[in-house]
Design a protein around this ligand. Structure first.
Ligand SMILES: [Zn+2]
Length: 150
């Protein structure tokens, strides 16, 4: 999963206000728990605070009973990467955008292989949809393939 490769630049600063060690992975359950706990974000510098609030706002808002352990944060993050690609950013620009907005470190090469994998999944969906005579599903898959490959 692409979310497993994402790291938070501010993890050491977050550790300092949490008071305990945190794993490096941004979407590790312990990190997500820490982000939704009532930490004193005012002790962070303004940029880090802003980035963590964006992270929480975009990935950690759902009403699942098991939140943030429901899988929504990881799915939302994966969808965000695809949306950024479909909006015209390339893998390097996506990496820079994630860093700037959320303080997330994700290598362009990892983004590129995730985008390629996504195209392969969509191609498989398109083939099955054609076999099952589901033209609208096939067309939807094709639209996304085009948007990801351009
Ligand atoms: Zn959820």
């Amino acid at each position: 999963m692409i979310a497993d490769k994402a790291r938070l630049r501010s993890i050491r600063r977050l550790e300092r206000i949490a008071g305990f060690r945190l794993p490096d992975r941004a979407f590790h359950g312990v990190v997500l728990d820490t982000l939704v706990s009532r930490l004193d974000f005012d002790r962070l510098d303004p940029t880090t605070r802003e980035q963590l609030l964006e992270f929480i706002g975009d990935f950690l808002r759902c009403d699942c009973r098991k939140a943030p352990h429901c899988g929504c944060p990881e799915r939302r993050f994966a969808a965000t990467v695809l949306e950024l690609r479909e909006s015209g950013l390339d893998h390097r620009q996506i990496s820079a955008h994630l860093d700037e907005v959320y303080g997330i470190e994700l290598f362009p090469a990892d983004i590129l292989s995730y985008l390629e994998d996504s195209v392969h999944v969509l191609e498989a969906i398109e083939k099955v949809a054609v076999l099952l005579d589901r033209p609208s599903v096939a067309a939807g898959a094709r639209t996304h393939i085009k948007a990801l490959e351009r």
